[in-house]
Every structure is written in structure tokens, then in C-alpha cells.
Design a protein around this ligand. Structure first.
Ligand SMILES: Nc1ncnc2c1ncn2[C@@H]1O[C@H](COP(=O)(O)OP(=O)(O)OP(=O)(O)O)[C@@H](O)[C@H]1O
Length: 501
């Protein structure tokens, strides 16, 4: 009699290699996911997480290695083959038709090979799956009316209705409000409870600690460590990821805040204000709050991307409320948008061109109509070194970089201009813990050079780490402002929940 063999794991990837030119994005990676398991896939920016998942899903071919789903080999496959094998990717940019309802969206992408279902039958299935997985979705709701967190759950719904066994979520919590994050983690637990496997890619260690069963950490395209979650601490994980200490930055202030540099008065527009506040040189005004409470309206109005209906914005005494974006930049304003890949970068341009986007037509990089390409390249190289932008060279198109390294281009460009005012929105979005710390330190360095800083983030801890004063946005205005930081946490919490205190 032969001994019973252990069942094959849900997913096994062995020796995966994927090269891009000379870059070994994946350099011999092994990864196993069991049924009913949430696996955290961690790693600093550019460590190869997305590449590994693209290989798994058949979006890019591997140069070497094997993939098996429940012991059955998957090779030379396309995304449709991966889906047929039970693998689903929950993309960050959802592929939903906003004008249609949930049930219509589900029917739209229904596999042609599947049985044709009537709408009522599909709606019933949606209700059932919604209950089973805690998705809280109404089949007749219009996608356009759903908040971000629910739209993401429509993608999860589509996956479970197609009987996906393994769900891959790539940084799914990046732009969710805290309640939505908690709800999503609840959904992941339900998926696990129903025997699904989940690969959860995130930079947020508390989420990993909360929901994962096991973690695998990538570094430089290889597995740097793997452990059951019960056997590691967040500090150990961070160390595995970057090989150094990545606790919150402690940058001792070198001088006290000075004169008022930014004076905003009665600033108002759709969904905004009226808001009145001042920021001194050498001061960080942190703006916390649940996303969607006027943060985008505020930063875009400050940056000149939206017109203010009323009010004034004065920087060093110069009125800018009706100035063009270019005039604001000349006046010393820098802006880091949250959605940097879309609004901060031209993806088809090289890293060097993106870095110099605001300066390349001015001396010393140009004289009249003549560019000085040598100087541009040298400057770009220096910025890439200083900001740890990982890429083969400055001529590589920005689109070829990992998500986090694309973000660093915008960070480098905006911080390096030594602005009088920095408006930063979700500055650490998509950045690994090491890069986050680095950016926060740079922002604090700018503070010590005397710049005024408006730092907007839905990550409360980040705001508390960096801000001299914390304002909480609710309903387009400030629900409260405090200079007491963590000592005032209870009041901050009440302001964030929209209740007065
Ligand atoms: N299409 C491509 N062409 C060339 N190089 C690429 C391409 N895609 C990824 N790379 C390179 O492969 C490496 C791994 O990138 P990948 O996107 O897998 O990292 P990641 O771990 O997902 O990073 P992040 O946390 O920043 O999203 C990086 O050095 C990146 O520049």
C-alpha cells in the first residue's frame, strides 16, 4: 500500500525568472499558496511583485520556471487561460462600466462558454454571493453611484461568480478610506473561510499583520524571506524588505517656524470651504481626514488645477488665486498629486525628461531654443541617485519603472526645486516603508530650509509623524485644528468621524 500523498497546493510557482533587458525583475522565485490561505506578498518598490503576478496571470511570459494550479501545469498561457484555471486578478484600475448597474457589469463580462443566465437569475446569484462573502452589494445599484471600496468589491464579486479559486489583489487598500479597508479585510477573511486562496500585495505592515496567514518577502527579484505571520514582527518584516531600519523619521527641527508664507482666506469652490488658514515658513500643516471630504478640491485649487469660486491664496504676499499653474510654479509652489502616474508623469517620456519637465527650457539646461542634453542627463542621474530611483538609466521611459519608482520621479522633481510652498497629497502612496521614510525626511528637510508645507494624507499616522499642526477635513472644511498631535488623538478621531468635539 502506498502512503496517501498530500494534495497538491492550490498554486505553486517554481524557479520563476523574468528579465527585462539586463534587469532581472524575477530571479528564480518560488511561491506556494494553499487553499484557504491569505498570503502576504511584500517587497520594496521594484522588488518584482507585480512582475511575478503578471507572469502568473499570463500577461507577460516567464523566461524560466513552472506554474501549477492544483498540480496541473500552466505554461505559455494567456490571461483567459489563467481565468479558466481559477485565477483572478483584482486590478487597481477597475474595469467597470460606470453607467451600468452591478448586474449589468457582471453579465457584460460573462464568459461566452458559460451558460447564458437571465438577468433575474444573475441578480439572485449576486445577492447570494454578496451575503456569503460579506460584499454588501445591491445588484441594481449603478456603479457610478458606488464609492471606491464597493466598486472594488464588484471586481471581487465578478471573480467569485466565475468560481475563481485564487484571487490576487495588488495594493488594494491604497486609496480606500479606513472603514473601507476594514471592510475589505473582512471580505478577504470570508474568502479564506470559503476555501479560496488570496495573494495580498501591500506596503502596509499593519494590514499584513492583521489578515495574512503567511508572508513572502521579495528583494531584488528573489525571495528574501518567508514566514508564518505568527512568527514575525512588523519590524522584522520591514527589515527583511529593505535590510535596514525603517521606523518613523526623527528629524530634529533646526529652527522654529518663521513668518507666514501661505495665507489662504475664504477659499471656496464646489465641495470646498470656505476655508481660512495660514502656514508659516518652516512649518508643516498636516491635513488628515477620510478621503472624499474636500482634500482633492483643496489641493487642486491651491495648485491652480481648479478655479476658486471665491477667496484668496497669497504666497509670500503675492496673490495667486487666479494665477495660472505656470505662474504659481514660478512663484515657488510645488505640487505632488496623489495620482502621480496619471497627472504627475508623462509615461512615454524618459525618466530624465520627466525629472526636468518643469525646468528643461530654462538655464542652465537651455539657452534660448537650444537644449543642453548633457546637463539634463547629468542632473537626472544625480536625482536618480539621490532619490533612489531604480532603473537602468535616465533615458528609460517612465512607463517601464515599477509603480513606486514612478512615484519617486515626481517626488524628486517637486522636492528638488526647493519650493517656497509644497502641497503634497498622499505623498507616500505606493511607496514601500523605506521610501516612505525617505520622502518624509526630505519633506522635513524642506521644512528646515524654511518652506511652508501643506501635507494632505488619509494616513493619520503619517500626518501625526510629520505635522506641526493637524487639521482634519470634513465636508469640505476643517472640522478642527490642533497643535497637540498624538496627545489630541481622541478629538482628532471625533473630527474624522464627522462629529463635533
Ligand atoms: N515593462 C518593463 N520593462 C522594463 N523593465 C520593467 C518592466 N516592468 C518592470 N520592470 C522592472 O522590473 C523590476 C520589478 O518591477 P515590479 O513592477 O515587478 O516591482 P514591484 O515589486 O511591483 O514594485 P512597486 O512596489 O514599486 O509596484 C523593476 O526594476 C522594474 O523597473
Amino acid at each position: 500500500m502506498t502512503a496517501a500523498r498530500a494534495p497538491a497546493p492550490l498554486l505553486s510557482m517554481t524557479g520563476i525568472v523574468r528579465r527585462y533587458g539586463t534587469v532581472r525583475a524575477n530571479d528564480g522565485i518560488d511561491l506556494i499558496v494553499q487553499t484557504g490561505e491569505i498570503l502576504g506578498l511584500l517587497g520594496e518598490n521594484g522588488s518584482g511583485k507585480s512582475t511575478l503576478m503578471k507572469v502568473l496571470f499570463g500577461m507577460t511570459p516567464a523566461d524560466a520556471g513552472e506554474i501549477a494550479v492544483r498540480g496541473r501545469a500552466l505554461a505559455g498561457h494567456r490571461p483567459s487561460d489563467a481565468m479558466a484555471a481559477g485565477i483572478a486578478m483584482i486590478h487597481q484600475h477597475f474595469m467597470l462600466v460606470e453607467a451600468m448597474t452591478v448586474v449589468e457589469n457582471v453579465m457584460l463580462g460573462w464568459p461566452a462558454a458559460g451558460r447564458v443566465l437571465r438577468r433575474a437569475e444573475m441578480a439572485a446569484r449576486i445577492r447570494e454571493a454578496s451575503r456569503r462573502f460579506g460584499l454588501d452589494l445591491d445588484p441594481e445599484a449603478r456603479v457610478a453611484d458606488l464609492p471606491l471600496g464597493r466598486r472594488q468589491r464588484v471586481e471581487i464579486l465578478k471573480a467569485v461568480l466565475r468560481e475563481a479559486e485564487l484571487l490576487v489583489l495588488d495594493e488594494p487598500t491604497s486609496n480606500l478610506a479606513p472603514v473601507e479597508v476594514a471592510e475589505l479585510l473582512g471580505v478577504l477573511r470570508r474568502l479564506r473561510g470559503e476555501g479560496k486562496g488570496v495573494v495580498f500585495i501591500t506596503h502596509k505592515l499593519p494590514e499584513v499583520m492583521e489578515v495574512c496567514d503567511r508572508v513572502v518577502v521579495l528583494r531584488g527579484g528573489r525571495v528574501a524571506g518567508a514566514a508564518p505571520i505568527a512568527a514575525v514582527t512588523p519590524a522584522e518584516l520591514a527589515e527583511m524588505m529593505v535590510g535596514r531600519d525603517v521606523t518613523a523619521p526623527h528629524v530634529a527641527r533646526t529652527r522654529p517656524p518663521g513668518e507666514v508664507r501661505l495665507a489662504v482666506a475664504g477659499l471656496a469652490g464646489p465641495g470646498l470651504g470656505p476655508l481660512t488658514f495660514e502656514v508659516r515658513g518652516g512649518e508643516v500643516l498636516g491635513i488628515a481626514g477620510v478621503d472624499g471630504n474636500g482634500q482633492i478640491e483643496l489641493v487642486e485649487t491651491l495648485a491652480g488645477l481648479r478655479r476658486a469660486a471665491a477667496g484668496s491664496i497669497a504666497l509670500d504676499g503675492r496673490e495667486l488665486a487666479s494665477a495660472s499653474v505656470a505662474a504659481r510654479v514660478r512663484a515657488g509652489m510645488a505640487y505632488m498629486p496623489a495620482d502621480r502616474a496619471a497627472t504627475g508623469l508623462v509615461r512615454s517620456l524618459s525618466i530624465a525628461d520627466n525629472l526636468m519637465l518643469r525646468d528643461s527650457t530654462r538655464p542652465p539646461y537651455a539657452r534660448g531654443a537650444f537644449l543642453a542634453p548633457g546637463r539634463l542627463q547629468a542632473r537626472a542621474r544625480a536625482l536618480m541617485r539621490d532619490y533612489d530611483i531604480r532603473a537602468p538609466g535616465p533615458r528609460v521611459p517612465a512607463a517601464r519603472l515599477s509603480g513606486g519608482n514612478q512615484q519617486k520621479i515626481v517626488v524628486a522633481r517637486e522636492l528638488d526645486r526647493r519650493p517656497a510652498l509644497l502641497v503634497a497629497h498622499q505623498a507616500a502612496w505606493g511607496l514601500d516603508p523605506g521610501a516612505t521614510r525617505f520622502v518624509l525626511e526630505r519633506v522635513l528637510g524642506l521644512r528646515d530650509e524654511g518652506a511652508a508645507i501643506v501635507y494632505v494624507s488619509s494616513e493619520l499616522d503619517e500626518v501625526l509623524d510629520i505635522a506641526d499642526r493637524v487639521a482634519v477635513m470634513a465636508d469640505g472644511g476643517f472640522a478642527g485644528v490642533t497643535a497637540q498631535g498624538r496627545a489630541d488623538l481622541a478629538r482628532i478621531g471625533l473630527w474624522m468621524s464627522g462629529r463635533a468635539a
